[in-house]
Write a protein that binds this ligand. Structure first.
Ligand code: FAD
Length: 412
């Protein structure tokens, strides 16, 4: 059977120029400057998403999280300013939203994940109004800070949907910042702060649960697990939660609020979910060590869109990107790739203004700090790392395909 006509073809085609797509493309071109790399990306702006939490807490300017896409893409990559709507791995092609087909020898699938705002009834209608805010969209993060700053007491609810989500610590970080802000403004006695999570534990790695529970207790935050936000009535300021795990079976409860910070449900993008590359849950099904697709060996994936069983963060991407680049270059040379990813991810859990607990771990939830500091202690040093060091490190080092690194080690 002949292939459908493709308007162009690249040796390596990358879908999505976020943290993962940009760093892999840059690494490939740094190591092999003559490589023909195409990147499909519809957006004009590249955001440093990890700082959105600080924007929502009033500790960082939104403008500093954004750089023009043209400035972050590698110079010698071909930018295809469009979006992919279909994957056709049997013909080694993707279909763009204008119907054009682009062919490839190697495909790198890095379109991130989909924020499913429609997954909570009534949410979209009231986002950015009625005290309903979210740090998960740059156009809304500043409204979070307005809500926190103008709060004069009452009920503040912070929600976390079922896993997986990007940066699983982000929903609680903003709860801690808000509670700390209320305390500093003598509002603690008139505020009731609740953190309601769909999960059955405050954090996915058991070792971090006790220290984080202590942080929540110190802030007097009422932590309610197995509570999944399913509907919001912004005008009446009411949120409905599905509650599981109770003795009487699943039920729903309605909570009133003055401030509601929502982390939306998250899933794989539709064109990935509906493709032959997806696993049963919709993510790009790759080997957890080689990052190579389990059925199509000329396809690789990393970052939020991948099936990698680790927490979805930019920190994880930093360790995945060199592995993907090495294995792609090996394949282009006709050799088997032997680079291997160990599941490293990290989450700088902001526990108050000026304080961060840096959770670093690999597959199996094994704690693996990079620096010889206790990972379970809140640290001012890590606050400065998060706020001052990591944003320029991301834009000017990681996105440029630079890979020198300090190794992480199992906690002794
Ligand atoms: C509030 C918040 C806090 C966070 N905190 C942290 C933190 O403290 N530490 C940390 O390490 N990480 C954090 N993260 C997570 C981190 O930002 C992501 O895990 C990381 O950006 C994932 O990289 P990615 O390349 O897979 O996806 P993204 O960086 O999201 O990039 C995906 C790219 O694909 C493009 N794209 C989408 N659809 C298509 C399509 N159809 N065709 C072509 N291109 C497409 C998008 O426009 C985008 O540019 C946080 C995220 C948020 C939202």
């Amino acid at each position: 059977m002949t292939r459908p006509h493709a308007s162009r073809k690249h040796q390596v085609l990358v879908i999505g120029a976020g943290a993962a797509g940009t760093s892999v493309a840059a690494s490939l071109l740094r190591q092999r400057p003559g490589l023909d790399v195409g990147i499909v990306e519809p957006g004009d702006v590249h955001y440093y998403q990890p700082a959105f939490t600080l924007v929502g807490g009033g500790a960082y300017a939104l403008a500093k999280t954004a750089r023009p896409q043209a400035a972050t893409l590698p110079d010698n990559a071909h930018w295809i300013r469009s979006a992919v709507i279909e994957l056709d791995p049997d013909n080694q092609q993707v279909v763009l939203c204008d119907g054009r087909r682009v062919g490839y020898d190697i495909l790198v699938v890095t379109p991130g994940l989909k924020l499913d705002w429609d997954g909570v009834e009534g949410l979209k209608e009231t986002l950015g109004r009625n005290g309903v805010c979210s740090n998960y969209d740059p156009s809304l993060a500043e409204y979070t800070w307005r809500c926190i700053r103008s709060f004069r007491g009452g009920r503040a609810l912070f929600t976390q949907p079922p896993a997986p989500i990007k940066c699983a610590g982000a929903p609680q970080k903003i709860a801690y910042l808000a509670a700390d802000h209320f305390r500093r403004n003598n509002l603690s006695s008139v505020s009731e702060v609740s953190f309601l999570a769909a999960a059955g534990a405050l954090f996915s790695v058991p070792d971090f649960v006790p220290p984080l529970e202590q942080v929540a207790r110190r802030h007097n935050i009422d932590v309610r697990l197995n509570h999944n936000l399913i509907a919001v009535d912004g005008d009446r300021r009411q949120a409905t939660f599905a509650v599981t795990g109770g003795e009487g079976g699943p039920t729903t409860i309605v909570e009133s609020f003055d401030l509601l910070h929502v982390t939306p449900p998250q899933c794989a993008p539709d064109f990935v979910r509906n493709s032959k590359l997806a696993d049963a849950a919709g993510w790009v099904e790759v080997d957890q060590h080689s990052l190579q697709h389990v059925r199509y060996d000329n396809v690789f994936s990393l970052g939020d869109a991948s099936s990698l069983p680790t927490s979805k963060t930019a920190a994880a991407v930093r360790k995945q990107s060199p592995v993907a680049a090495a294995n792609i270059l090996a394949r282009l040379s006709g050799r088997p790739g032997d680079a291997s990813y160990d599941g490293y991810t990290s989450c700088p859990v902001v526990t108050a203004y000026g304080k961060v607990m840096l959770a670093e771990f690999i597959y199996g939830g094994k704690v693996t700090p990079t620096l010889p500091l206790s990972p379970f202690k809140e640290s001012t040093f890590y606050w400065h790392v998060k706020k001052q060091f990591l944003p320029p490190f991301y834009f000017d080092y990681m996105l440029k395909g630079r890979e020198r690194d300090i190794p992480h080690r199992p906690q002794r």
